[in-house]
Design a protein around this ligand. Structure first.
Ligand code: NAP
Length: 459
């Protein structure tokens, strides 16, 4: 039986526990979702936009309280949690404003070419969509699913990670208070073992999962068996390539920010730093200094840059990956030792000399630990950047136009950020290739992911 509870990562104390829903209650909620969908799908778009803007208003007004809740549940710094709430409000407004344009009927240039008086594509919602979500951006991951889907006329069933139940319940309450009908967005407090039953229910039409590879594989296999569409947003081990023409100081500063983002627990944090040997000494010196300068401590403190890892198990996993690398010859340039005291803190750490024999070479490290590699030239840099099973984000630093074009063309990833760090924006599609998953969230692509692109032909 899964424990559904808030355990504060800064203290290790269990603050609140919750009972999982009984099967009958889960069934009632699925029934309510299906009933709501029957009328919600045809609600006026302007009405839905009004509710979505109201949700944005609540997120802005209550950012302080929401921030403290996120920090208590998963340990991100309060300033990062408040920024997450603001980003969610922005995404709600974006979809409220753009849904009409993204869902507009599309006509081919000349309907006569298909022998019709008129022919067009209409985007229709599919029905109740199950969202299985992770704890690391507990608000943002859900909003980036919910905002486009509610605007498209789908209804949501959220199975959130078991360690963020208060955020999960807040999200249900948010949409209800904003004006959406009762069954438009519901939270199911259930463990992962209950996901299969929900997903196989014929009233549930599709699923999206953000999380680890094993969870994605399991949900996708069940959905395939039921012939239901899925979007998978899985892990990443993003490369961060630095070429000699780059602004090395800016690259080293951004590298440390990216690796320590969300206490090192972001799918799109850069994790492998691949530096041309002509600028490697300078980059290493600055990068290590920036990692050392990160202030680790109480996530509620305004001055803190890096709070605790989410759980004891998560910290133990990071420590094992570091011990494995060091045991096989990697060098620790900074960090690598957990601090004394309560809470699951781990310092920003840089390792050099990571080789394919080490687990860290091709496993995702979900903590503030960087691997630093030296290469000779762009071909070797791209080869190493692509030498991973993951393909989520990628980052390349160069001021050379020809090099930039090679990175854009040859980096095997869902997104390429040049002279910056991978970030998600409502305006741009987000997703991965290879074992990082498939499908896209955000932008028009994210909105149409769970729409029936219905072809209409009128003779
Ligand atoms: P996780 O263990 O896979 O959990 C994610 C969600 O899946 C939780 O709700 C979890 O429920 C559920 N789950 C776990 N195993 C399942 C199964 N066999 N069947 C059905 N549901 C299952 O991942 P996590 O540790 O929370 O999150 C970290 C991972 O997410 C990292 O790999 C990270 O890179 C990835 N991530 C990817 C993106 C992206 O956009 N690509 C964004 C953020 C995070 P319980 O909590 O009840 O186990």
């Amino acid at each position: 039986m899964t424990t559904i509870a808030t355990t504060n990562p800064a203290t290790g104390e269990v603050e609140k526990t919750f009972d999982a829903l009984a099967d009958e209650e889960v069934d009632r909620r699925i029934a309510r979702a299906a009933e709501t969908f029957a009328s919600f799908r045809t609600t006026d778009l302007a009405r839905r936009a009004e509710w979505m803007r109201a949700a944005a208003g609540i997120l802005d007004e209550e950012a302080g309280r929401i921030g403290a809740m996120l920090t208590a549940e998963m340990g991100k710094t309060l300033k990062a949690a408040e920024a997450e709430a603001a980003k969610c409000a922005q995404a709600c407004r974006f979809y409220a404003g753009h849904a009409g344009e993204f869902l507009a009927e599309r006509r081919p240039a000349d309907a006569g070419d298909v022998g019709a008086r008129d022919a067009y594509v209409r985007y229709e919602p599919l029905g109740p969509v199950l969202a299985v979500m992770p704890w690391n951006f507990p608000l943002w991951q859900v909003i980036r699913f919910a905002a486009p889907n509610l605007m498209a006329g789908n209804v949501g069933l959220l199975k959130h990670a078991s360690n963020v139940p208060q955020t999960a319940l807040f999200l249900e309450d948010l949409f209800r208070r904003a004006g959406f009908p009762e069954g438009a967005f519901q939270t199911l407090l259930i463990g992962s073992a209950e996901v299969e039953r929900v997903l196989r229910d014929p009233r549930v039409k599709a699923a999206t999962l953000t999380g680890s590879e094993p969870a994605g594989r399991s949900v996708a296999a069940i959905a395939a068996d039921e012939v239901k569409p899925t979007v998978l947003e899985l892990g990443g081990s993003d490369p961060f390539v630095v070429m000699p023409s780059a602004d090395i100081e800016a690259a080293a500063r951004t590298a440390a920010e990216s690796r320590c983002l969300n206490n090192g627990q972001s799918c799109i944090s850069a994790k492998r730093f691949i530096v041309d040997s002509a600028c490697a000494d300078e980059f290493e010196r600055l990068f290590v200094a920036n990692m050392r300068a990160m202030r680790v401590g109480d996530p509620m403190d305004e001055a803190t840059d890096v709070g605790p890892l989410v759980s004891e198990a998560q910290r133990a996993e990071v420590e094992e990956l570091v011990a494995d690398a060091v045991g096989k010859g990697a060098a620790v340039l900074c960090g690598g030792e957990r601090p004394e005291g309560p809470g699951w803190f781990y310092p920003p750490t840089v390792l050099s000399g990571v080789t394919p024999r080490m687990r860290m070479y091709d496993e995702e490290v979900f903590g503030p630990v960087a691997s630093l590699f030296r290469v000779d030239g762009i071909a070797e840099a791209i080869g190493l950047a692509n030498a991973t099973g993951f393909g989520l984000g990628s980052n390349a630093w160069t001021r050379d136009d020809a090099e930039r074009e090679r990175f854009v063309r040859e980096l095997d990833a869902g997104q390429v950020f040049i002279n910056g760090k991978t970030t998600s924006y409502p305006e741009l599609p987000f997703g991965g290739v290879k074992r990082s998953g498939y499908g896209r969230e955000l932008s028009a692509e994210g909105m149409r992911a769970f729409c029936n692109a219905k072809t209409v032909w009128v003779g």
